[in-house]
Write a protein that binds this ligand. Sequence first.
Ligand SMILES: [Zn+2]
Length: 147
Amino acid sequence: MSHNLRQIQRIVVHHSASDPRTTDWKSVRRWHIARFKLGIGYHRILEYDGACFDGRRVQVRGAHAPPNAGRIGILAMGWNGNEKHPEWKWSEAQWASLFVELRYQLERHPLALICGHNDTKATLCPGLELGKELKHRGFPTSNLMAL
Ligand SMILES: [Zn+2]
């Protein structure tokens, strides 16, 4: 199912809630095929070393934050702010890769706002650090974003 690229309103950032050193884009593909019977629901996946992989094409509606239309989904492997697993937090390389990807998407979708999954529903994804980091760097974020 496609969505109109001129109507991209949100760039939604997610975490994988997993150890970023041992889960990668192939893990996400396995999880999503098992859950949705379709391929990866995110549009981009950022691994621990900062490498960025394509998931679903941006032209195709994702499966990450319903209703998904008008929303690009970016997943960074890991989990910030998990007290049981502090080692799961995003690496510096992932943060850097995320900012590059967000700038890239904003150039193509200048009206879009960045938000966390937790702005679209009650969830811990992707942790509370994101809003602070984005604000610090001057990114346009949704008003709903927890800061
Ligand atoms: Zn999420």
